[in-house]
Design a protein around this ligand. Structure first.
Ligand SMILES: C[C@@H](C(=O)O)C(=O)SCCNC(=O)CCNC(=O)[C@H](O)C(C)(C)COP(=O)(O)OP(=O)(O)OC[C@H]1O[C@@H](n2cnc3c(N)ncnc32)[C@H](O)[C@@H]1OP(=O)(O)O
Ligand SMILES: [Co+2]
Length: 140
């Protein structure tokens, strides 16, 4: 694991949350991206070497909608940057962590991602992410 890549924050209104985080961090949202596969609208802000990822649900089936219904707005996941996501997934599976996909998926911001179930990581949802080498060919 190289560093914390981003912290994901579940919000009900990404426009309002963006204004709050722009004030807090004194920096503008530099990118917004809809990731339909994950059921989320995202907005990214840079905080030094790390990022804040604001997440709004696209529909009621979104993990973000379920999370907010149960726990309210707040920190949803911590994402770690990894150099080789496939190797890291194998290592963590071997250590007993429950991976939420067998293969890396395409996330936001040109990343390959894999989530680890919060029940196997002390109640915290963990995301692994690796900079994707090139755009998807037929989807990952
Ligand atoms: C685009 C992107 C990117 O960066 O590239 C993203 O981040 S996308 C971010 C959105 N995508 C994801 O989150 C994908 C991975 N997440 C998932 O597959 C799901 O959200 C699960 C983590 C499996 C939870 O699903 P679901 O709530 O349906 O399962 P469940 O009802 O069985 O919940 C199991 C238990 O986990 C808890 N739980 C659920 N979400 C949690 C979270 N984010 N942090 C901590 N605990 C969490 C529930 O409260 C429940 O606890 P109790 O049993 O104690 O009540
Ligand atoms: Co994320």
């Amino acid at each position: 694991m190289n560093k914390v890549e981003h912290i994901g924050i579940a919000v009900t209104d990404i426009k309002i949350a963006s204004l709050i985080y722009e004030k807090l961090l004194n920096t503008p949202v530099y990118k917004t991206e809809r990731v339909a596969r994950e059921g989320v609208q995202t907005a990214f802000l840079q905080a030094g070497p790390n990022k804040i990822e604001l997440l709004q649900a696209l529909d009621d089936d979104s993990p973000i909608a379920k999370f907010i219904a149960k726990k309210g707005e707040g920190i949803h996941h911590i994402a770690f940057d990894v150099t080789d996501i496939v190797a890291e997934m194998a290592r963590l599976k071997n250590q007993g962590f429950v991976l939420l996909s067998d293969e890396p998926k395409r996330g936001a911001d040109n990343k390959l991602v894999c989530f680890i179930h919060p029940k196997s990581a002390n109640g915290v949802l963990i995301e692994l992410c690796q900079e994707a080498p090139r755009p998807p060919e037929g989807g990952v």
